[in-house]
Each structure stands twice: as structure tokens, then as C-alpha cells.
Design a protein around this ligand. Sequence first.
Ligand SMILES: [Ca+2]
Ligand SMILES: [Ca+2]
Ligand SMILES: [Ca+2]
Ligand SMILES: [Ca+2]
Length: 320
Amino acid sequence: MRLRIAALTLVCASALSAAQAQNSASTAGQDSPAVGIAEPAASNVPAKTEPAIWRPWTGFWWIISDNGGGPLGQQWGLNGDIPMPGDYDGDGYTDFAIYRPAGGNWWILPRRNPAGAYSQQWGLPGDIPLQGDFDGDAKADFAVWRPSNGTWYVILSSRPGVPVSMQWGIAGDKPIPGDYDGDGKTDYAVWRPSTGVWYVIPSSNPGSPIVRQWGTATDIPAPGDYDGDNKIDIAVWRPSTGVWYIIPSATPSSWYSQQWGIPNDIPVEDDFDGDHKTDIAVWRPSDGYWYILPSGSPGSITSVQWGVIGDVPLHRMQGK
Ligand SMILES: [Ca+2]
Ligand SMILES: [Ca+2]
Ligand SMILES: [Ca+2]
Ligand SMILES: [Ca+2]
């Protein structure tokens, strides 16, 4: 029952803020940074993901905040940057962060400590920026994957003076870091579209890589913890049919499929209802709608208009 209430609350909050999202779209040029950071004190609501977008042409982040303070807007970044949301200071709130490919520069604006903004050079042109908690200290670590040599380069937040590197993957692979073995540390992982094979180095047992064929060349990898056992599950979304194919880590012999989405949607799977299970979800660029299948109440579909065509839907914008 509690989960159901949470889902309904999200719908109500969404209905209110949808108009404001549209409004912000029409007045994009007049967005004011003053809108941002006016959040009330941390609440005791469990952490869950908030629908959020980054608008390249204004550099604005727009978040449906669940804190009772209404939508949150914050200018951070320029057109051509790549948004890299993550919890870099480990306070449980996802921070504003962008990666500027030309110089490999990261710019971080801690969501609850804007005075602590800083930058970090890490990466070269052509690198794919990533973030994850590779050392398990609850702070996001800067990482890039270099397609030319298949190598990961990571600055561990617990030992920033001693960067680490790991060769894993080849050109053409898609890096998909996540905690596949559930030990609290992000694992190096790639998906190879040409064969559909997943290659994962479990941090708890690095000598025994996980190798699993799942998906075809045109699928989009959609790893997440769909069964809530704290281990990332192997999953893909097939754009041509809108079907999700999921291998629950707790019961790997019982894979299942679920139709959700249409061609040209963008998969945005994450835990929107706060039950610690990843929810199947897509964002539709044509109308800006988020369509969410809450794991806690699969019968009550959540749809919310948030964003407009050209926006970038953000993964894992989490608040408390
Ligand atoms: Ca870390
Ligand atoms: Ca791990
Ligand atoms: Ca799992
Ligand atoms: Ca969920």
C-alpha cells in the first residue's frame, strides 16, 4: 500500500510540474540560475530517482524534485557538453556535472553545496566519459573508457593521487559499468554489439569474468537491478519492437520480456518509485513524456510530461 501511495504522489507532483516544464521550454532564453538550489532541508523520504532532463541549448538542468520545493532548475554546462550526473560528494544527492570533450574537463556543482564547485581534467578527445563507484566509498569516481585501446582510466575518490587503468573491451564495444556482483563497487563491463556478448569483471572475483550472450546488434543495453537483490541484471531493450529482455540476477534461468516503448524512444530505466528495484521506463523525444512501469505497482503506469524535443533525459538523478 505504501508503494502505491508513493507512485500516486509521483503522478500528482508530475501533473503540477508538467506545466512548468513546458513553461520553461518556452522561456528557455530567460531561465534564471536563481531558480536552482532552493531546496528545503533533507527529508526522510527514501532515495529514488527523479525524472530530469538537460537542455543543451541553455545548459539548464530541470529536475522534478520530490522534496516539496517544486521543480529544480540549475544552469550548468554549455551546448556540446555531456551531462554526467553522479553523487560525487557522497551525500546521497546526485550532483550537477558535465564533461567537456574538447579538453577532457569535468565540471562539478554539488547539488547541496554550490559553493564547492570544482573542475577536474580527466580524459582525451575520443574518450567516453563514465562515472561509477569503483572503490565503494559511496562517492562517484571520474572514469573514461578509451575505444582506441579498450582501456578504462579511473580516479578513485578514496585515492585520487593514484589513478588506475584497466584494459577491458575493444573498439566498437559499449562500456556499461555497474555493480553486477553486488559488493558495493562498480565493475568494469562492456557489451559487444556485433555478437551481443556481455563481458563483466566482478570486483569481488576479478579472476572470473562473467561472459554472457544477451541481445542483438541493434539492441540497447539496459542494465539495472530489476529484481532488487543489489546486483545489476543483464538486460536489453529492442527499439524495433519496444520489448525489454531481462535476466534477473537472483533467478538467471528465468529470463522474461516486457513490451514497453516504441521505436525512437530512449530507455531510461531506473528506480522511480523508491522500492530499490529498477523500473522499466522510456522517454519519448517527440512529446517529452516519461512512461514508467513502477516495479512496486506494475498496474499503475506513471506518465509525466517533462522535457521537450532536443532535451537529454538524465539517468539516476536521485534526491532524498
Ligand atoms: Ca568512489
Ligand atoms: Ca561490484
Ligand atoms: Ca538484480
Ligand atoms: Ca522501483
